[in-house]
Ligand binder design. Structure first.
Ligand code: PMP
Length: 432
């Protein structure tokens, strides 16, 4: 096993003074049955823990770091801005530049408002969809995660076509009554929901590429049906592109698939590794937001200069070098082929889903296309695999139901090392 004495010591201390010892649950490594590693440094595709162990990182801060850790130009942009001031709570040129960048790239965004996290972005988009339509019901899909605002922390109720129930203590039943949970990629179900509740539905929120039940691809007819049904019933279609935005293509998933929602939420990449979120969309809807309109939303640190500087530099690099997407997608394809082969040769059934540089290896014989098929995966196997890989210096997401991310900093050597480690890990899995 790796030497992680300092991480263990820090975790002991953290547990006494922080809930679960962490500031976000997945960091506790509970799904992989070990204590978390404390990270001290990152450069390019690599991270180092406090005990000095080095890893090739496939979490990349859960998606934001498409250029890798501490990209020199991003670091310089942040340093320059720190010298000028970290926050003013007033208008800056950087915010206007960022809005221009987003509006020019993301097809649905006529105008955009910056916030501080993905949770804030989706929460605000939901409020806006209710304010605009004058209706209450929101439809979301099982397995999609949109942050932790009350309306979206809802799980499926009992039986199909029923309203949801709270997915966390502290969320009221009243709130759950306004959220319907549907099945991802199931056109018939969403049609039935609209037949029954069409005139009460304010909006449908969806990850156009799902990344929070592992990676799940949308079927073409699914996104198309969502677009047609919301239009027909005058509800809003909200693409939550916090994860897929600027990742699956510079024009995001909506550009990739050619389906244009009414509202889009963003985060992660547009902050270049600093805290950020955004929501944008059709102008007549977005003009409902305060101070133009009656839907209130605000933020002391919104459009924060450091986040704008890091995000703008990241987007500038991506827009000036469109070939980067093709390059990293090819690397991702090679990685997936190698991982699949490592399991195949050892007789371990897996299903690999990938869209661009979002990917996941499910320990699952069957295709994974929604939450029900994802949860059939063998999480014990994933736990074992994770531990074997971490021993070999490969840092994978600490849960079967998360997405692996690649960055432009991942080299061919990184990919080769990872595939080699996966072959060794697969041999060990066979022996369990
Ligand atoms: N939406 C999606 C699709 C996400 O993946 C996430 C976070 N992983 C969120 C919303 C919430 O973002 P945040 O953690 O920044 O609040």
């Amino acid at each position: 096993m790796i030497n992680n004495k300092r991480s263990e010591k820090l975790f002991d201390k953290a547990k006494k003074i922080m809930p679960g010892g962490v500031n976000s649950p997945v960091r506790a490594f509970k799904s992989v049955g070990m204590n978390p590693l404390f990270i001290s440094r990152g450069a390019g595709s690599h991270i180092w823990d406090v005990d000095g162990n080095e890893y090739i990182d496939y979490v990349m801060s859960w998606g934001p770091l498409i250029l890798g850790h501490s990209h020199p130009d991003v670091v310089d942009a942040v340093k320059m801005q720190v010298e000028l001031g970290t926050s003013f709570g007033a208008c800056t040129e950087l915010e206007v530049e960022m809005a221009e960048k987003v509006v020019n790239a993301v097809p649905s965004c006529d105008i955009v408002r910056m916030v501080n996290s993905g949770t804030e972005a989706t929460m605000s988009a939901i409020r806006l969809s209710r304010g605009y339509t004058g209706r209450d019901i929101i439809v979301k899909f099982a397995g999609c995660y949109h942050g932790h605002s009350d309306s979206l922390l809802i799980k499926a109720g009992s039986g199909a076509l029923t309203f949801g129930s709270p997915d966390s203590k502290g969320v009221t039943k009243e709130t759950a009554k306004d959220t319907i949970i549907a099945r991802y990629n199931d056109v018939k179900m969403i049609e039935d929901i609209f037949l029954n509740f069409g005139d009460k539905i304010a909006g449908v929120i969806v990850e156009p590429v799902a990344g929070n039940m592992g990676t799940v691809k949308p079927k073409e007819e699914f996104l198309k049906a969502l677009r047609e049904l919301t239009k027909k019933y005058e509800a809003l279609l909200i693409f939550d592109e916090v994860m897929s935005g600027f990742r699956v293509s510079y024009a995001s998933a909506q550009g990739l698939y050619g389906i244009i929602p009414d509202l889009t939420t963003l985060g992660k990449i547009i902050g270049g590794g600093l805290p950020v979120g955004a929501y944008g969309g059709r102008e007549d809807i977005m003009r409902m937001i305060s101070p133009d309109g009656p839907v209130y939303q605000a933020g002391t640190l919104s459009g924060n200069p450091l986040a704008m500087a890091a995000g703008l530099m990241t987007l500038n690099i991506l827009s000036k070098n469109p070939e980067l997407y093709e390059e990293i997608n090819k690397k991702a394809e090679r990685l997936c082929n190698g991982l699949e082969e490592s399991m195949k040769q050892n007789g371990i059934p897996v299903t690999i889903n990938r869209v661009g540089t979002m990917m996941c290896m499910f320990f699952n014989e069957e295709p994974v296309y929604d939450y029900d098929t994802a949860v059939k995966s063998n999480t014990d196997m994933y736990e074992k695999y994770f531990k074997e890989m971490i021993k070999r210096g490969i840092y994978l997401p600490p849960s079967q139901f998360e997405t692996f991310f690649l960055s432009t900093a991942h080299t061919d050597i990184d990919i080769e090392k990872t595939i080699k480690a996966s072959f060794e890990a697969a041999k060990c899995l066979k022996m369990y």
